[in-house]
Design a binder for this molecule. Structure first.
Ligand SMILES: [Zn+2]
Length: 326
């Protein structure tokens, strides 16, 4: 059987642009800026450079920041702990508007270091979702208003340790307790007046190419509660995609900037692009990041990777090929 491979441009050209309010959102996966990527930044390099143009063309840009950015704190007893120098925020600021923080590394140096990161992000005017000085803040969406659309971005972790979770008076991340997630999604619409709600999840088993039953069940629950798409990361590899009630579930986009990899699958991630209007996500495509042994991605424009648009019942394969249009 011959696979259908479309160029990204073809997909975008076919997408009906009937609605006036259009927003393009780009999300990159697990980004750890200590170690060699941090050293590259210190030398004046930029580990995100290969995707600079893709970020620049989008209206809203974010990634999962899988480390703490701080000068203080002490590593918690754990196999891998990641802390990046505050200088990396200048580089991040060049490419993204915000980060998701609900993951299993943002608390690696304790609560005070996490709080320091929140202050540093805010002073660099980098927004964040999934973190807060207390539980309420961690569950408050990052509201983005672009081209007349209000988008709520939520972020949750469900990979241990749970000790990184925010408390009523202590800084930390949002944990994905089902009822709380459902309530947050509903409140994003009712209280924060969101037109579009996007939860970003940190979940799944590492190195598994397909989502587990827990991911599938929660994703569907989130869509039933009103999420317009569900996007995940953490397994270090990309996972399968599902369409549920016409809404995409991209279970894992895999790594983006990551030194700690131990197999070739971990060195290929997707940068995800969502096309959004008032009716939700009406198309997406993915762009393949090939991550070298220093943890730095390059943009593979020849590799086919998933894309979708309404009313397709499932995703197809696209190649980025020529320069993506807007
Ligand atoms: Zn993780």
């Amino acid at each position: 059987m011959m696979a259908i491979v479309l160029t990204t441009q073809a997909v975008w050209a076919q997408t009906p642009h009937t609605a006036s309010k259009q927003v393009q959102l780009v999300f990159a996966g697990d980004t750890t800026l200590d170690s060699t990527p941090g050293a590259l930044i210190k030398k004046g390099g930029d580990p995100l450079q290969a995707f600079g143009e893709l970020f620049a063309q989008a209206d809203v840009r974010l990634l999962n920041l899988e480390c703490v950015v701080a000068t203080t704190g002490k590593a918690v007893p754990k196999h891998y702990t990641f802390r990046a120098h505050p200088r990396v925020l200048q580089t991040l600021k060049r490419h993204v508007d915000g980060v998701t923080l609900a993951n299993n590394h943002s608390g690696d140096y304790g609560r005070a270091a996490f709080a320091e990161m929140l202050t540093l992000l805010s002073s660099h005017q980098i927004a964040q979702a999934g973190g807060g000085m207390n539980l309420r803040e961690a569950h408050t969406p990052w509201m983005v208003e672009k081209n007349g659309l209000r988008i709520a971005i939520l972020s949750y972790n469900e990979f241990m340790p749970r000790s990184y979770e925010a408390d009523s008076h202590a800084p930390g991340v949002a944990w994905s307790e089902d009822e709380q997630v459902v309530d947050d999604i509903r409140r994003a619409r009712s209280i924060h007046r969101a037109d579009v709600v996007l939860p970003f999840m940190h979940w799944g088993w590492e190195n598994e190419p397909t989502a587990n039953p827990r991911q599938r069940a929660l994703a569907k629950k989130m869509i039933e509660a009103g999420a317009d798409a569900v996007v995940g990361g953490h397994p270090h590899v990309t996972q399968d995609i599902e369409l549920y009630q016409g809404k995409p579930i991209i279970y894992s986009v895999g790594n983006f900037v990551m030194k700690e990899t131990d197999n070739p699958q971990q060195r290929a991630g997707w940068v995800l692009r969502l096309n959004i209007d008032a009716t939700g996500v009406h198309a997406f495509d993915t762009h393949v990041a090939r991550i070298n042994h220093q943890g730095v991605p390059s943009y593979d424009k020849q590799a086919p990777s998933p894309c979708w648009q309404r009313p397709w019942g499932q995703e197809r394969q696209c190649v980025a090929g020529s320069r993506p249009d807007k």
